[in-house]
Ligand binder design. Structure first.
Ligand code: ADP
Length: 241
């Protein structure tokens, strides 16, 4: 049996963080002029663009008479991983596109736009574990920038278990070598979870503590999302004067 890799030494993780520390997080809004709404996120070493098109009228098969249909494409660029990734969409990317859409949809007032489509494109330029969570956080901001009315911003972060310790916001090696990885997305206003996935094993107590840890982090992420949106619209206001 191979020895378990030492990912926590003297209470410090591979990137120097303590167990409950978030990675540095930066969000910019409205950087893609041709999209209805856009954002760029750096969450640790993850670097991700999100761009929203729509709502646009649609008479295609699959269009709903009751509400807008949201489509989502999560894509990893070939240079986003340590070895060149095939640019074709993989099964993993198709699955992540679906879970991101499902995580965002409950927050959106799609009934305001019947017979339309809203497209969300997510491009991962660099990945370092937790890219689906960072993509949800970024896409929610891009949807707000596109003016899509919503119940709340959605933000996501993973919690997991590494060397028997509960940790927040796993990086790539922790994600791959740790005992558990659980991405969670929140709609905090409504006290709702819109995404919950789990890879690995945790006890019920660890699970409960993990959800609390992720929720506290989501509150911090939400503040950064709001500040990013406020910054863009404050600048736009100054420009129009
Ligand atoms: P997430 O990025 O949401 O944690 P996964 O748990 O599926 O998604 O993947 C964890 C990490 O593994 C990714 O962030 C990325 O750094 C790496 N990874 C994913 N797919 C590939 C790939 N095809 N080649 C190399 N590394 C990959």
């Amino acid at each position: 049996m191979s020895a378990e890799p030492q990912l926590i030494v003297n209470g410090k993780r591979t990137d120097g963080r303590g167990p409950t520390d978030l990675r540095p997080l930066k969000i910019d809004v409205g950087i893609i002029k041709n999209a209805a709404g856009s954002s760029y996120i750096e969450h640790g070493k993850n670097k991700i663009y999100a761009a929203v098109y729509g709502p646009k009228d649609s008479h295609r098969y699959g269009t709903s008479m009751e509400k807008a249909v949201i489509r989502c494409r999560y894509h990893m660029s070939p240079f986003s991983t340590d070895e060149r990734k095939n640019p074709q969409p993989s099964r993993r990317e198709i699955e992540i596109s679906k879970v991101i859409r499902d995580a965002l949809e409950p927050a959106l007032l799609l009934e305001n736009f019947p017979k339309t489509i809203i497209d969300v494109f997510i491009e991962v330029l660099q990945s370092d574990g937790g890219s689906r969570s960072a993509s949800i956080t970024a896409a929610s901001v891009a949807l707000a920038d596109a003016g899509i009315p919503m119940r709340d911003l959605v933000q996501a972060v993973a919690v997991g278990k590494v060397n028997g310790t509960l940790v927040l916001d796993l990086n790539d090696i922790e994600d791959k070598e740790g005992e558990a990885d659980m991405p969670v997305a929140f709609m905090l206003n409504e006290n709702k979870i819109t995404l919950l996935q789990m890879d690995g094993k945790m006890t019920v107590e660890e699970f409960k503590a993990g959800i609390t840890m992720a929720m506290e982090a989501a509150k911090k992420i939400k503040e950064i999302q709001k500040e990013a949106l406020q910054r863009k619209y404050a600048q736009a206001g100054e420009g129009s004067r």
